[in-house]
Design a protein around this ligand. Structure first.
Ligand code: BV8
Length: 235
C-alpha cells in the first residue's frame, strides 16, 4: 500500500510480551529473565566490564535461541505487519525487543530502540555488523579486524536508547499510539504514552496480558494474550 504523507500515522511500542507466545521469555513475569539472572550483571556496561565472558554467554544463549528453526513470529507480529500493509499512513513499530520476530512476521518499518541480538558492535571502529553464532572476548571485528573489542549491539541500562529523535518526532505526529506487551517499567519507553498525551493528543491504547505500570494513562485497554487481543484490535 503506498503510504501518503498526509494520512494519519500510527506508532506501536512493543515489549517482550508480544514475543512470549513465540516461546521467548519476558523479563519481569514470574518465569522472567530478571528472576534468573541479575540485570546489573548482564545488562549494564559495568557488568560487561566486570565479567565479559558471563555477558557474552548470556547473549550467546539468547542468540542461539533465536536461531532455533522451531521459533517463529506469532499472530500478533503478523497482525501488526498487516496493519502496516493496509494502513494508508505511516506505521512505525518501536520495539524494546532485540529479537527479529517483527521483521520475520512481515513488518518493514521497525526501530529497535534497545538494539538487536543478531548485531554486534566494535568498540574500536564503532562499526555494527550482523553476527550469527557465539561472540566472545577474543572475537575480531569484521570491519577493522581488531580482536577483543566486540560487544553485543544492545542498549544496556544507563546507555542511551537508539533512534530517540525519530521516535519523539513520530510520537508528536501520531493519531494512534498502541502499546503492546510491555510492563511499562523501563524508561524512556515507559514515558512515551505521556509524551503523546502532551503533544499529538493521539488515541492511546494498551494491549497487554495485564495492566502495565502506566495503564491508567491509556484511553483504552484490552487485556489478554497478544495473539488474541492484537489481531482483534487490528482487524
Ligand atoms: C536511559 C537490554 C538515559 C537488551 C534493556 C528511575 C526513573 C526513570 C528512569 C530510570 C530510573 N532509574 C534508572 C532509570 C533509567 C533506566 C530504567 O528505566 N530503569 C528502570 C528499571 C527503572 N533506563 C535506562 O537505563 C535506559 N537508558 O535511560 O538512558 C541516558 C541519558 C543520557 C545519556 C545516556 C543515557 C536504557 C534502558 C534499556 C535497557 N536495556 N534490555 C536485552 O537484554 O534485552 S531493557 C529490558 O526491559 C528489556 O530489554 C526490555 O526491552 C525492557 C522492557 O521490558 P518489557 O519489554 O516491558 O518486558 P517485561 O517482562 O517487563 O514485561 C512484559 C509484559 O508483557 C508484562 O506486562 C506482561 O504482563 C506482558 N505479557 C506477558 N505475556 C504476554 C504479555 N502480553 C501479551 N501477551 C502475552 N502472552
Amino acid at each position: 500500500m503506498h503510504q501518503t504523507a498526509d494520512q494519519p500515522s500510527i506508532v506501536i511500542l512493543t515489549g517482550a510480551g508480544i514475543s512470549k507466545e513465540s516461546g521467548l521469555d519476558t523479563f519481569r513475569c514470574a518465569d522472567g529473565i530478571w528472576n534468573k539472572v541479575s540485570l546489573e550483571d548482564v545488562a549494564t556496561p559495568e557488568g560487561f566490564a566486570r565479567d565479559p565472558d558471563m555477558v557474552h554467554g548470556f547473549y550467546n544463549a539468547r542468540r542461539a535461541q533465536l536461531a532455533d528453526p522451531t521459533l517463529s513470529p506469532n499472530a500478533a507480529h503478523e497482525a501488526l505487519a498487516r496493519l502496516e500493509r493496509e494502513w494508508p499512513g505511516e506505521v512505525l513499530v518501536v520495539t524494546q525487543n532485540i529479537d527479529d520476530l517483527h521483521e520475520r512476521g512481515g513488518s518493514k518499518n521497525v526501530l529497535h530502540m534497545h538494539g538487536e541480538l543478531k548485531k554486534v558492535r566494535c568498540e574500536g571502529c564503532r562499526a555494527v555488523a550482523v553476527w550469527d553464532g557465539d561472540l566472545g572476548r577474543d572475537s575480531a571485528c569484521p570491519t577493522c579486524g581488531v580482536a577483543g573489542a566486540m560487544r553485543p549491539h544492545v542498549v544496556w541500562f544507563g546507555e542511551m536508547p537508539l533512534g530517540m529523535e525519530r521516535i519523539y518526532a513520530a510520537l508528536e505526529d501520531c493519531a494512534l499510539f498502541l502499546s503492546v506487551g510491555t510492563s511499562g517499567n523501563v524508561y524512556p519507553a515507559a514515558g512515551f504514552v505521556h509524551h503523546v498525551l502532551e503533544t499529538s493528543g493521539g488515541r492511546t491504547v494498551e494491549l497487554n496480558l495485564e495492566p502495565s505500570q502506566g495503564a491508567t494513562l491509556f484511553a483504552e485497554q484490552h487485556y489478554g494474550p497478544a495473539t488474541e487481543v492484537v489481531p482483534a484490535f487490528v482487524d
